[in-house]
Design a protein around this ligand. Structure first.
Ligand SMILES: *Cc1c(COP(=O)(O)O)cnc(C)c1O
Length: 228
């Protein structure tokens, strides 16, 4: 069996190859290691192998890990899962990024509850271009108004957009979704000063995402193994 360090190396090589094919600098894509459901000892192994960005989906589990690993102060913690109103305070107090903002009510609470000493909370707006009513994320035609509201929240720093394109999409639909995301991202990247993140691509589709301009891929299984 491969170690976490070995699998991390493979994931970084996949990113390097994908960026090279797209004629992009390899540093233009960040790797977020998605450690949901995995133990703190796995995160430590990844950290020792040089990984610094970690993503968690569940608030309670994530906060426990942030606290357990508080001594590793250069870890950057990303919340990437759905957030209920009664969990926003925990998120605002413990995370560095929230990628899954898709309701103004949640954004407002994160803004109000962000402790001053923590500085601004980095946020991405979660998009849903596949129009699956069950899934989180806003539609393309809602983005402009959403951005205008977020812009007024002083303790939030709007960094970009995040999406989870449909897993079973045929490649043509996937290409189209990735293309639309890149297009939306491009429209705001030049207009807004901190808007530098297109978070798309997971273990199974990172190559296609990087080909379409992703600046951050979120990789779980390919680093930590299957989730039980
Ligand atoms: C679980 C998860 C990932 C990682 O998915 P893998 O297929 O394990 O790489 C990425 N993004 C989000 C939002 C997730 O929930």
């Amino acid at each position: 069996m491969q170690t976490i360090a070995e699998r991390l190396k493979v994931a970084r090589e996949r990113i390097d190859q994908a960026t090279a094919r797209a004629h992009r600098p390899s540093k233009s894509v960040q790797l977020l290691a998605v450690s949901k459901t995995k133990p703190v000892s796995d995160i430590r192994q990844a950290y020792e192998a040089g990984q610094r960005l970690f993503g968690e989906n569940y608030v309670q589990e994530g906060v426990e890990k942030v606290q357990a690993l508080a001594s590793l102060s250069d870890i950057q913690w990303h919340m990437i899962g759905p957030i209920q109103s009664n969990k926003t305070r925990l998120v605002a107090e413990h995370f560095d990024w929230v990628q899954s903002v898709d309701r103004i009510k949640i954004a407002r609470r994160l803004n109000d509850q962000r402790p001053d000493e923590k500085g601004q909370l980095n946020v991405c707006i979660q998009m849903n271009l596949d129009d699956e009513s069950s899934k989180s994320g806003i539609a393309a035609d809602e983005l402009e108004a959403f951005i205008a509201e977020i812009d007024g929240f002083e303790k939030l720093r709007l960094r970009g957009i995040m999406a989870i394109p449909k897993a079973d999409a045929d490649s043509q639909q996937q290409q189209q979704t990735l293309h639309q995301l890149a297009d939306l991202f491009g429209q705001y990247r030049t207009k807004l000063s901190n808007f530098d993140t297109l978070s798309v691509g997971m273990s199974g589709d990172l190559e296609a995402a990087v080909a379409h301009g992703s600046t951050m891929v979120r990789i779980g299984t390919a680093i930590f193994g299957a989730r039980g």
